[in-house]
Ligand binder design. Sequence first.
Ligand SMILES: [Zn+2]
Ligand SMILES: [Zn+2]
Length: 638
Amino acid sequence: MINVILKGGNVAQFTEGITVAQVAASISEGLARAALVGAVDGEVKDLSYKIDRDCSVEIMTFADEAGKRAYRHTTSHIMAQAVKKLFPDARLAIGPAIENGFYYDFDIVRPFLPDDLVKIEAEMTRIIKEDAPLERFTLSRAEALKLMSDRNEPYKIELINDLPEEEELSFYRQGDFVDLCAGPHLTSTGKVKTFKLLSTAGAYWRGDEKNKMLQRIYGTSFLKKADLDEYLAFIEEAEKRDHRRIGKDLDLFSMSDATGPGLVLWHKKGGRIRTIIEEFWRREHYKNGYDIVYSPHIGRSTLWETSGHLGFFRENMYSPIVIEDQEYFLKPMNCPFHIAMYKSRMWSYRDLPQRWAELGTVYRYEKSGVLHGLMRVRGFTQDDAHIFCSPEQMPEEIRKVLKFCLHMLKYFGFEKYKLYLATRPAKTNAGSDEMWEAATAALQDAIRAEGLDCEIDEGGGAFYGPKIDIKIKDALNREWQCSTIQFDFNMPQRFDMSFIAASGEKKQPYMIHRALFGSIERFFGVLLEHYAGALPLWLSPVQVKLMPISDRQYEYTAELKKKLEELDYRVEADLRNEKIGYKIREAQLEKVPFMLIIGDKEVEAGQVSVRSRNQGDLGSMTFEKFIELMIEAISSKK
Ligand SMILES: [Zn+2]
Ligand SMILES: [Zn+2]
């Protein structure tokens, strides 16, 4: 007999060799029906897995992340089987479950067409109806290589050759389809109830642009049709909000092959929004006791050697530029420059804390395959700051920085966020035990003081210090990593930073890196998606559009424009000889918050006819009344 600890802590006894499925059945009939896989001592296994020792078992259903992944990974095998049936020359690469779905990469002579997806879906439906069992088997390395070479799967051969010698080589078979796979999987193809193929894309083998371009098919699967439909509606909405599309439609930014991938060109309206964000950012930083500093875009190799970047960050850095026989590197981070500023003089405890902020543009190498609009770029501007303080000041500084961070996010309309606290990793020689403990406690206290919860990533901190990451939730409830507050015990050591303490002795200051938005580019992308391009009035590049009905009202229009500009509003007048309905439609597409329609009646009465982007026609009113409306919309951040 073996003892099995079930979820909740109950211990049940079974005969040796019982399967995960049988354990589920012993708990309840309902659980046996819903069971997809099971975690045995924390390792996710097939339902057919035989248990031969004392262990813990947790049954996983579609409600569990691991259950979902097995479900979707099985769907990806079904898709691959269908593709092999319809395109026998397709070679299999990899096909994992991902967040919200799965994909499979194939080497195939031509890209898949929309019509192909319809055919593949039909074949998948047939395979599911067949309800073929998925069988797991293991082979020796020689047998595995022979099987894959008999089946002419060169990518699988490469994968096998790359696996460590001691790794067990497992395969899954369903019908005539066989795949090299660690699993786990569902017991049969019929367990997949509803699925949809979503899109295709080119993808380099192993994400490396030096390798061959493969063809990827993305799909998803759910237990219930209603959940699938809801998800499909969600992606449709997300596509409408795609910042790359909004950026093009509203003429905010672009990227071009001529200037290089991942390098952003901010057009005049995007530039206007960025200026508003940056001006606000600077004002708030001065208000919160920061100073603003500037540092160059390149720095000598000696700086990056001392900082350690040439050791642990080299692969993300651009090749050196040689000037007077000295190597210079484009900066991937601002920190070493701020440290150099710190080291330019002596500091006493009375001078601390120092809070230095910089909108610092950094350059990092990212593989071209992972570049994504403004979200993943090669050149970006961090809203960076470094805080240098004494151990006594540190807890208060952390409380302040978290409060400041939440204030900024809220101002831009983000009220929902999730906090992640990453603690000391197993291996690190930066910082003393006391420093790690004090820093982690300060982060925890600051979160508590704000009345917030956090998820703790035990041991997930960087080698140089613990941190809080804040992910904001947008209008579609998607999480975006933006803010970060991070201790650094490494740099102060490497650069031998110090201050004179009250006791007269030299001490090492605490160094805290923090970014509130993360990067301006990424934050701008998130803003565009959150608001679907219809930014609040205070951020809109054009706040008011004046639209005379005919040239008879040009003079009055010019007068209004001047008055609005004198009040610092951003105004445009549409003086084209077009029908008013056409002008309104265009302004609506440009997401201009307010339109003022000016006809003879308005001129005579000395009024304006107001149209709001969100509420439509608001009727005629005096200019003063309209200004009141604007002031209210700006202060309520609508
Ligand atoms: Zn697999
Ligand atoms: Zn830093």
